[in-house]
Write a protein that binds this ligand. Structure first.
Ligand code: NAI
Length: 340
């Protein structure tokens, strides 16, 4: 039987925007709320596509879907009452507008912090030991080693910006390599402190670390946290890893720092303008984004297309938590809600 929110309906339509084949697989394998029907849309959610959700009580959205006020108003007019985010981050949702439209917003606060922390580590290892260059070189029959000298991670100082779930998992991995750990977070984690992580003001972490990894949310205060000034605080030749959100960094400032060597290595899984590009095969099209095109010319830069979360375990957890969130909401309970 359907819960009170849907007593007048015979079933609850859930529309997944920006869905990929792996989303279809993980969501159909998970337990559906009673009376729910899943509908998969490849398109991003936008003002142009919002009408597709007409009559869907629940819209299930991902990180590059447009959840601005006009889109939310259009969804509300079509009968949408719940936005179920398939992500932890919710910086792309106009929460005030959602509240005004009577739409509740829920998210998946944690699915696998290990997936993202391990991907950040993969970027560090690949950049340091130039795995991307070695891979191409040996396939061309070039077995020379020039330009491939790395450094021992053991004994190096790693700066972690944001020590929530992902930052903590990352700290454990880096501790395993024998790194010294510094962190910056307005809410220091006592357990990490007990394990030897030292919390310092941001500029001190930037000045002392050879590797800096960003794991804080995108907010008005963290937007362009890494900019021309903060890059200048870093050690010459430092490594920067961003698996958080693209707008945590000022990308043109990164390019300047790469050009003059201030930044020695850059690993990005997120990009400020990724919405127009990531998750799609654009290989037949000329790249229109000149900033990204310039970034991709540097041999000491690796860009992945927001794949840090993409493990089997994380996908299964995203699907099950999202559907549990929806089932709770349908039963009139609040779970994993995000509010303005
Ligand atoms: P969390 O909420 O557990 O931790 C975030 C931490 O950042 C908190 O400890 C918070 O106090 C801290 N923080 C807030 N403002 C800060 C500031 N100005 N400076 C330093 N630290 C600050 O979040 P979680 O789960 O660890 O995720 C972190 C971020 O990772 C998410 O907000 C999301 O943007 C990103 N993410 C990226 C994914 C990917 O696939 N690339 C997947 C999942 C999350």
């Amino acid at each position: 039987m359907l819960a009170s929110r849907h007593s007048e309906a015979t079933f609850m339509r859930i529309m997944l925007f920006s869905s990929q084949p792996y989303d279809r697989e993980s969501f159909t394998a998970a337990t559906l709320p009673t009376g729910a029907v899943l509908e998969f849309q490849c398109s991003h959610l936008s003002l142009a596509t919002a009408a597709l959700a007409q009559g869907c009580a629940v819209v299930c959205a991902f990180i590059n879907d447009d959840l601005s006020a006009p889109v939310l108003q259009r969804l509300a007019a079509g009968g949408t009452q719940l936005i179920a985010l398939r992500s932890a981050g919710y910086n792309h949702v106009d929460l005030k507008a959602a509240q005004q439209c009577g739409i509740q917003v829920v998210r998946v606060p944690a699915y696998s912090p290990f997936a993202i922390a391990e991907h950040a580590t993969a970027l560090i290892l690949a950049l340091n030991r130039r795995i991307h260059r070695a891979f191409n070189r040996t396939r061309e029959g070039d077995f020379s080693l020039h330009g491939l000298i790395g450094f021992d991670l053991h004994g190096k100082t790693v700066g972690i910006i944001g020590t929530g779930q992902i930052g903590s998992a990352f700290a454990s991995i880096m501790a395993g390599f024998g790194c010294q750990l510094l962190a910056h977070d307005p809410q220091p984690d006592a357990q990490l402190q007990a394990r030897g992580v030292r919390y310092l003001p941001l500029h001190e972490v930037l000045a002392q670390a050879q590797i800096i990894s960003l794991h804080c949310p995108l907010t008005t205060s963290t937007r362009h946290l890494i900019n021309q000034q903060s890059l200048a605080c870093m050690q010459h030749g430092a490594m920067l890893i961003n698996t958080g959100r693209g707008a945590l960094v000022d990308t043109p400032a990164l390019i300047d720092a790469l050009k003059n060597g201030q930044l020695g290595y850059l690993g990005l899984d997120v990009y400020e303008e990724e919405a127009a590009l990531f998750f799609e095969d654009q290989s037949d099209l000329p790249l229109q984004d000149d900033v990204l095109a310039r970034l991709l010319t540097f041999p000491n830069v690796i860009v992945t297309a927001h794949q840090a979360y993409l493990t089997r375990e994380a996908l299964a957890a995203i699907a099950s938590t999202t559907l549990e969130n929806i089932a709770c909401w349908a039963a009139g309970q609040v779970r994993n809600q995000v509010q303005a």
